[in-house]
Design a protein around this ligand. Structure first.
Ligand code: SF4
Length: 197
């Protein structure tokens, strides 16, 4: 059965969509249909906002302080729904909200979405993935083409001035060691946390 919500470690993750503008060479979706306690994260259809709320209400959320928008796809593909659910998580469930994203949400939605995240998302984890635009396209195969990497950098920069907790990440082993080191320096220069996942 496909999972709208799954638990991984001590956190719950919302799987709202399988849509994504990238085809990353390391995407976990190409390796397994499951993560955490989910049988399958491939959705037969995207759940409605109401279905996501009901799935959250059916859980004992007491062990967790934070709900994460993540999925087996890019959460900002459903940005308006994401905002509605994030508002519900804050106001009705009294939990913190984290967004795990590829940082392409403004290109996906055709507008700068970062100002709309203010107050809705407490922390954001953004996939940097590469040290420059060419390497980024090689590993992500983003449908947005050469402008993708700069869009991610702009997204990170804007989030830094909008959201308290900003982390950028790379997938360990997916790019050369020197690229990983350069990514760490980029994060340092941008004054955001860095994580190898
Ligand atoms: S951005 Fe995430 S979901 Fe999309 S292809 Fe890359 S790893 Fe997979």
């Amino acid at each position: 059965m496909s999972a709208i919500i799954y638990r991984y470690g001590s956190r719950y993750y919302i799987n709202m969509t399988n849509r994504c503008p990238c085809r990353c060479i390391f995407c976990v979706r190409d390796q397994t249909p499951t993560l955490g306690d989910a049988d399958s994260l491939w959705l037969d259809r995207e759940p409605t906002v109401q279905e996501v709320k009901e799935a959250l209400l059916a859980l004992d959320l007491s062990p967790t302080e934070e709900i994460v928008f993540c999925g087996y796809g890019e959460p900002t593909e459903r940005f308006d729904d994401l905002k509605e659910i994030a508002t519900f998580i804050h106001s009705d469930l009294r939990k913190r909200v984290r967004l795990d994203t590829n940082g392409l949400g403004s290109l996906i939605n055709g507008r700068d979405i970062v100002p709309e995240l203010k107050g809705l998302v407490d922390s954001v984890s953004i996939s940097l993935n590469a040290k420059d635009a060419d390497e980024y396209l090689e590993v992500t195969r983003s449908k947005f083409g050469p402008g993708s990497y700069q869009a991610v950098l702009d997204f990170i920069s804007e989030c830094r001035s909008t959201i308290d907790g900003v982390t950028v990440s790379i997938v360990g082993g997916s790019i050369p060691q020197e690229s990983e080191e350069e990514c760490a320096r980029i994060a340092q220069r941008m004054n955001v946390a860095f994580r190898v996942r």
